[in-house]
Ligand binder design. Structure first.
Ligand code: HEM
Length: 296
């Protein structure tokens, strides 16, 4: 039976490294597949393939694209196509660092590391602004329904489409706001996480209220704070059974529909976005049959 990589449905870990790769040697690419099948366990390492990887193998993953197109967006939404994305998850930062080295050596010469980002859990799952993140995530069966393809018996069953968006916070701007203005920007009260009925239409949770879309736009968010030197922010990650819900939310955040830009942009900006497809697991192994690799 095809099931999701378990790390997608689990709580976020204490530490993580997000590492992305680009193709360096097309002729060596197919040789990477058995390594992914053997070493991606879906728990300590969640893997996602970009369209460039799939296309280079002349394979096809229905629904996978290189990115979004939001005509009329009032904000800049940079995107970067990547070949492979690994979300290394764990409790010990040193172990993750060493695991990243092993992966990068293993994937050479086919793939070369493009970016590595260190992430961590803050408090009880908070963004660095102090707001609890993930409150309105669907749970249990609803989480699986939102995050994974459910159609029975296709090679896509149990897989997820992941939108990854790195946001860079401008802490000085956030700190210059009153705490009431901060709560109104998010649409929730930081001290007790209560949703504010009187928040403006630009409030983040008003822009993204999942049941307010037609069709409803539920995703499973597994975002984590990141830092590098004195830069920091949120690594936003949304898993869906397609990219549709994420794109609907981002479109509304961007002001493309009604000219109202999400208040988050007052103090944070996305610096890059990637789209990847996270294959399902079958008998404890990554199922890469869509790419032409049979189970070992
Ligand atoms: C700097 C970046 C971001 C921060 C700090 C942030 C933070 C938050 C916080 C604090 C909440 C309220 C609690 C919760 O339900 O999780 C929330 C809700 C939500 N956010 Fe974000 N978010 C960010 C980016 C995004 C992006 C890019 C999207 C999608 C394109 C998004 C989609 C959502 C959704 C769907 C909800 C739940 C809305 C609901 O149904 O009530 N967020 N976010």
């Amino acid at each position: 039976m095809r099931v999701a990589q378990t790390g997608i449905l689990a709580e976020t870990p204490s530490h993580a490294i997000y590492v992305s790769y680009q193709i360096a040697d097309f002729s060596a690419l197919a040789a990477v597949l058995p390594d992914l099948q053997q070493y991606v366990d879906g728990e300590g390492c969640v893997a996602g393939l970009g369209a460039s990887f799939v296309n280079a193998l002349q394979a096809s993953v229905p629904g996978l694209s290189d990115g979004f197109d939001i005509p009329g967006s009032r904000v800049t939404l940079p995107q970067q196509s990547i070949a492979l994305w690994l979300w290394l998850r764990g409790e010990d930062r040193g172990d993750l660092l060493l695991a990243e080295r092993v992966w990068t050596q293993r994937l050479a010469p086919a793939l070369v590391r493009y970016q590595r980002i260190d992430a961590f859990r803050h408090g009880d799952g908070r963004d660095l602004t102090g707001y609890k993140d993930g409150t309105e995530n669907p749970v249990d069966e609803l989480a699986i329904a939102a995050a994974c393809v459910s159609s029975a018996n296709t090679a896509l069953t149990g897989s997820s489409f992941a939108a990854i968006q790195q946001w860079l916070h401008q802490f000085e701007r956030f700190e210059a706001m009153t705490s009431e203005a901060q709560d109104h920007a998010i649409g929730r009260r930081r001290c007790d996480d209560v949703e504010l009925e009187d928040a403006p239409t630009s409030a983040h949770v008003k822009r993204t209220a999942q049941e307010d879309f037609e069709p409803e736009a539920f995703v499973l968010r597994r975002s984590m704070p990141w830092s590098a030197g004195n830069r920091a922010g949120l690594m936003f990650v949304a898993f869906g059974h397609s990219f549709q819900a994420f794109e609907a939310q981002l479109t509304r955040m961007s002001g493309a529909e009604d000219g109202v830009v999400d208040a988050l942009f007052q103090f944070s900006q996305p610096v890059t976005s990637h789209y990847v497809w996270c294959p399902p697991m079958i008998d404890g192994q990554l199922d890469l049959s869509l790419l032409g690799l049979q189970q070992a």
